[in-house]
Design a binder for this molecule. Sequence first.
Ligand code: 2P0
Length: 326
Amino acid sequence: MKSIGRCRAHTNIALIKYWGKRNEELFLPMNSSLSLTLDAFYTDTEVTLDSTLDSDVFFLDNVKQGDKETAKITNFLNLFRNRANIETKACIKSYNHVPTAAGLASSASAFSALAGATNQATGLNLDLKTLSTLARQGSGSATRSIYGGFVEWFMGESDLSESSFAIPVDDATWDIGMIVIAVNTGRKKLSSRVGMKQTIDTSPFYSSWVETATKDIEKIKKAISEKDFITLGEITESNGMKMHATMLGAFPPISYWEPDSVKAIQKVKEIRDMGLPCYVTMDAGPNVKVLCKRSDMIEIENKLLEDFTRDQIIPSSVGEGIKLLS
Ligand code: 2P0
């Protein structure tokens, strides 16, 4: 007996960041976060439950994955199998659609697409809120990729898994875009998971980070509701910098930056000083993301091309939430 599910999920970039778990097993975050889903980067995943299989098999971009990678997927599928009261093993085929230069292969789109495909294959018919709660337990940021546009991930209460999920805040169809400046696309040396824990355990700035991120969420939601792009950008840039400052305070210090990250940040500031509103944010890697108005994107790209190559500049409009594929 075979049963198939297919789903697409886009990646998301946090404007108010998630950087630390209060419960590592359940992926419960220290603070709420808020993101923008991007159209240009996505994962397509097919899950086939197959009663003839003895164990799960996982292919990423047509390459069969080893025991360690497959075990992560198995643990995640078990969340669904337990609910459906089945033990059937699965063949999982995932395809990352990320421009090769972007270096943005993302666990957010991966676990969100896997949640959607497994929901269909198991016939569980879970609602999006429940899928967001489950996607979180594959990778924290995946909880937000269930939805398109601006998305808030609630930190939830104490150790209650069901209380921490994402909701759509705004479809972001009001002149919003993002440009990725790909600085270095190699694999990062320190995973987010390890970096987060090291920051919580050793950075003296951590409690202030959580306090100010919580205030930033309220401010950015107000800016979104008022379609106030300048305030949106200012809070985004400030919050990202605060996250990186908090990491620098860790022992040993954590920095994902490279010389070209600084060059990109300075270039964006120069473009902004010329009168084009645009703001940077960075994640657990050296690449720089530029939040801008969609209508200004070509002009900003042209300015960035003065200092970076064409394949380093990847524009994206706003992405949608998960969708089933035929
Ligand atoms: C974010 N990042 O909010 C933050 C900002 C990176 C910097 O979520 O351990 O892959 O799987 O929950 O989601 C990257 O971390 O970490 C991330 P896990 P995840 O987007």
